[in-house]
Design a protein around this ligand. Structure first.
Ligand code: IPE
Ligand code: IPE
Ligand code: MG
Length: 241
């Protein structure tokens, strides 16, 4: 949370692109294209609002199960989006990076991802993280492996492993836990997103489909957040004192 009570880190599951397109008689790809345009607006809006970190779920480790044509279209969109957006993100002081298993992507896409990260690495504004071929379980297993390797090398003992070390071994330790989680599209589930990180995050679900989400809808979500009392296990009286 920042000094004004606004969320410092927002994590979003951008869901509902397919249904948005289908309800208009359009192919699902048109929904992803519309969703991409909206994503651009929301990134800008978070920059304007001086949100510290925005983490977006673009493609889950389970999304490979979709029809090959849709997966192919999404990969094309990611590549096009990176090529067209990185310059502007760089100019807007956005720090961009990716979490997830990237070895599954084409060489070209991996190169563009690395380029985006390198070109924006020195930026000090919004930390924009794109979760792509990401799974919360994958992240936890990776962290466990990294810590186990440290123990095997003798750099760490088992007793050294605590929640703080685990947090540091998992993706995006520098963003802090998300304060506010938003899922558009009506489903009330986490779909293997940031499982470790969401332990105390305020969860906001809206029926609005991602391409219809906008700045006003973001206001509604932030208002929801500001109306929550975050107790972290304490009593209400302890928190208001
Ligand atoms: C989210 O929208 C985008 C991705 C998973 C890439 P969906 O494609 O899941 O949209 P719905 O849920 O089918 O409407
Ligand atoms: C979650 O949405 C993943 C992304 C938005 C990238 P899905 O649409 O894939 O989730 P499920 O399958 O409905 O749980
Ligand atoms: Mg969906």
């Amino acid at each position: 949370m920042d000094a004004n009570g606004n969320p410092n880190h927002i994590a979003i599951i951008m869901d509902g692109n397919g249904r948005w397109a289908q309800s208009r008689g359009l192919p699902r790809a048109a929904g992803h294209q519309a969703g991409f345009k909206l994503t651009r607006d929301i990134v800008e809006s978070c920059g304007r609002r001086q949100i510290g970190a925005l983490t977006l779920f673009a493609f889950s480790s389970e999304n490979w199960r979709r029809p090959e044509s849709e997966v192919g279209w999404l990969m094309d969109l990611f590549l096009r989006a990176l090529k067209s957006e990185v310059g502007k993100l760089k100019a807007n002081n956005v720090l961009m990076r990716f979490i997830g298993e990237r070895s599954a992507f084409s060489d070209k896409l991996q190169q563009e991802m690395t380029r985006a990260e390198n070109e924006t690495a020195g930026n000090t504004g919004l930390k924009l993280t794109i979760a792509i071929n990401y799974g919360g379980r994958w992240d936890i297993v990776n962290a466990a492996r990294a810590l186990a390797a440290d123990v095997q090398r003798g750099d760490l003992t088992i007793d050294d492993i605590d929640e703080e070390r685990f947090t540091n071994a998992i993706s995006i330790p520098d963003c802090g836990e998300p304060d506010l989680f938003i899922r558009t599209g009506g489903e009330k589930r986490i779909s293997n997103y940031l499982l470790w990180h969401l332990a105390y995050t305020e969860l906001y679900f809206t029926d609005v489909l991602w391409p219809d989400f906008n700045d006003q809808e973001l206001d509604v979500a932030i208002d929801f957040f500001n109306g929550r009392q975050r107790r972290f296990g304490k009593t209400s009286e302890q928190v208001t004192r």
